[in-house]
Ligand binder design. Sequence first.
Ligand code: ADP
Length: 269
Amino acid sequence: IMAGMGLLALLIATIVGHILSGKAMVPLKAAYEKQRQFAADASHELRTPLAVVMASADLLQNDPSIQSPFLKQVIEDVRDEVKKMTKLVSDLLVVARSDNKALKIKPSKFDFGAVVAQTARLMQPLADQKGVALNAEGLPKVIIQADEQKIRQLVLILVDNAVKYTPSGGHVTVEFRKAEKGKVCLAVSDTGIGISKEDQEKVFDRFYRVDKARSREMGGNGLGLAIAQEIVNLHQGTIRIDSELGKGTTFLVTLRTRRKTKGNPLNLF
Ligand code: ADP
């Protein structure tokens, strides 16, 4: 009987402790939620004035009465900065919203190979300009069920980074690698600057950049890989880095080709 009472007391203490600690968490959670909502609202509200500034700068750029090379340069600089800020604001909106557990994906069936090839092609002009060889040919047809728009964003982030962090004369290769049955593995590899072991753990953190000056110069804000990770998580996939400093980097993304059967509480499809 004594042992039973002891057990009961322990059980009650555990339950009470649980409830109390849960209560203590409530203000913290509410504060966090408020901050997240603020970031989401602020970035959303900044989009309209930025669009207005951009439209005005466009107007000025096309105004034949402005002939001064100095003024033309000023207008060009304004446009560049507004473009950067628009990207930052839209990236911020994605990460602020992604903290919201209600974020859902809109799945559809599509050919992953074709989407990867099309997205990689968008980076071709930049690669040509830099003198980086971009190879994303011959990807086989692989039908997946996923959020096509988000998958495009994911591929663009990885290929964009690969081109950005590879010096002239280097190569970027986009291909599929062997994966388990029911999965597909996308590899984006480059012969660029590489990422040290220590930094490999941090590059998925928001706003983390190995070399701030270099990244800023390339138009980076340190949110790309945080978004990439988020998109992969939403699809219950994995993203891995294989890299050697000074040699190059490979990002490996593994996604399921088929939806999981029901009964999985994490199933978002
Ligand atoms: P950024 O906008 O700065 O590129 P990301 O979140 O996309 O931000 O990447 C974070 C950091 O990881 C980059 O600033 C860069 O230092 C590093 N990085 C990302 N991709 C590569 C790559 N392919 N090769 C070398 N470094 C990379």
